[in-house]
Design a protein around this ligand. Structure first.
Ligand code: MEV
Length: 429
């Protein structure tokens, strides 16, 4: 049985970490080998994009301690930023003490948009489309028999009139399409293109754009968590003590800032996306689609706001919730081609896209908690500094044992800067 608690993982050399991970997940080191063989070879890369000349690597680490819907899960996180993986793992440990993350998803319904121009009477065209909805849906159901067989396919048609636009009013049709375990872009774009001639015939108009919407507000993932009050108290490295109440209230106050102020909400949500994107990238999913959906959803009521909500329960424990669009898949695209993505899906042992969405939104909530807890107490820089200092040391040319030496000295001096790294390098050479 998988355990997401691996004591001393951080202190192991990288070669041993992979073996420990295999043991903890019940997989073999060979299953996880793509994490260390750089996964994507040049031939594959050449098949994936045009004009390929190489590949680009990022660090992949493991988010530990996660329990999502009662299941232990090890999280592959691809990210270049220090502190994110440690922060998520630590918060997952606190949340675990409150029963872990409880996450849900809605049906995997995407929206395909069909823009119809040059219509003489928009109301009459809408009426005609309404009358022929059943026929249009029946037509849509013939488009992808495989998806249909898996229980997906066309679900509904919505007719919208855009009254005011730079080119005047026009009509938009939304095709609601259940894409099951796919991210769904190809399925929905194909369906929209196939329906277009029928829509032109019915409306007498001209179909212009036929493309999915990344505001996937019918395909949502939601995570909830509770952190017991007694788990929140701590003493910082510089000796300052924080009570559970202080940390809890500090987190709620920090969230209130994001709830009301778009300037803060953008940064708050960026912290959420640190966690979300790290999983999305690991699994070969389209992180730009997830980013676009998240931020559009955060502005859905006309003002950009926080994607998460923090409060407390009747016992004074901290409670958190994150809801956001989650158009991720486990079939098709890079998820089935990229060896690292395949190993990532295997590690999490997810069998459906919904399950992947539930894990991903939980990591987003953990990441948000990590950022707010740090910001509300000792500040973000202390945690960031030691790893950041290592990056500065490497950029200044440090290698091997020099990296820690240069980084430690800069942290002690509180001067984490390239010029200082270079001076220290010269002094130890
Ligand atoms: C840094 O990558 C993310 C944070 O700025 C998020 C936040 O401010 O909530 C720390």
């Amino acid at each position: 049985m998988t355990t997401s608690r691996i004591a001393g993982f951080y202190d192991l050399p990288m070669s041993q970490r992979l073996n420990r991970l295999a043991e903890a997940s019940g997989l073999t080191p060979t299953d996880l080998a793509p994490f260390q063989t750089l996964g994507l070879d040049l031939l594959l890369a050449d098949h994936m994009v045009e004009n390929a000349v190489g590949t680009y690597n990022l660090p992949l680490g493991i988010g530990l301690n996660f329990v999502v819907n009662g299941r232990e899960v090890l999280i592959p996180m691809t990210i270049e930023e220090p502190s994110v993986i440690a922060g998520a793992s630590f918060m997952a440990k606190l949340v675990r003490a409150g029963g872990g993350f409880i996450a849900t998803t809605t049906e995997p319904e995407m929206i395909g948009q069909i823009q119809v121009l040059d219509i003489e009477d928009l109301l009459i065209a809408s009426m005609k489309l309404g009358e022929q909805k059943a026929e249009l849906l029946a037509e849509a159901k013939t488009i992808d028999p495989v998806l249909e067989k898996l229980g997906g396919g066309a679900r509904d048609l919505e007719i919208r009139i855009i009254e005011d636009s730079p080119i005047g009013p026009f009509l938009v049709l939304h095709l609601i399409y259940d894409v099951r375990d796919a991210m769904g872009a190809n399925a929905i774009n194909t369906a929209c293109e196939k329906l277009a001639p029928h829509i032109e015939r019915i409306t007498g108009g001209r179909v212009h754009l036929r493309i999915l919407s990344n505001l996937a507000d019918r395909r949502l993932a939601k995570a909830n968590c509770t952190v017991p009050l007694n788990k929140l108290a701590f003493t910082s490295k510089d000796g300052r003590s924080f009570t559970g109440e202080q940390v809890r209230d500090g987190i709620i106050e920090a969230w209130a800032f994001a709830a009301e102020d778009p300037y803060r909400a953008a940064t708050h949500n960026k912290g959420i996306m640190n966690g979300v994107d790290a999983v999305v990238i690991s699994t070969g999913n389209d992180w730009r689609a997830i980013e676009a959906g998240a931020h559009a959803y955060a502005a859905r009521n006309g003002r950009y706001t926080s994607l998460s909500t923090w409060g407390m329960d009747e016992d004074g424990n901290l409670t958190g919730e994150l809801e956001m669009p989650m158009a991720v898949g486990i079939i098709g695209g890079a998820t089935k081609v990229h060896p690292t993505a395949k190993a990532a899906i295997k590690l999490m042992n997810v069998k459906t896209a919904s399950e992947l969405g539930e894990i991903t939104v939980s990591v987003g909530l953990a990441q948000n908690l990590a950022a707010l807890r740090a910001l509300a107490t000792e500040g973000i820089q202390r945690g960031h500094m030691s790893l950041h200092a290592r990056q500065v040391a490497i950029a200044a040319g440090a290698t091997g044992a020099q990296i820690d030496k240069v980084a430690t000295q800069m942290v002690v001096e509180k001067k984490v800067r390239p010029d200082r790294a270079e001076q220290i390098m010269k002094s130890i050479q």
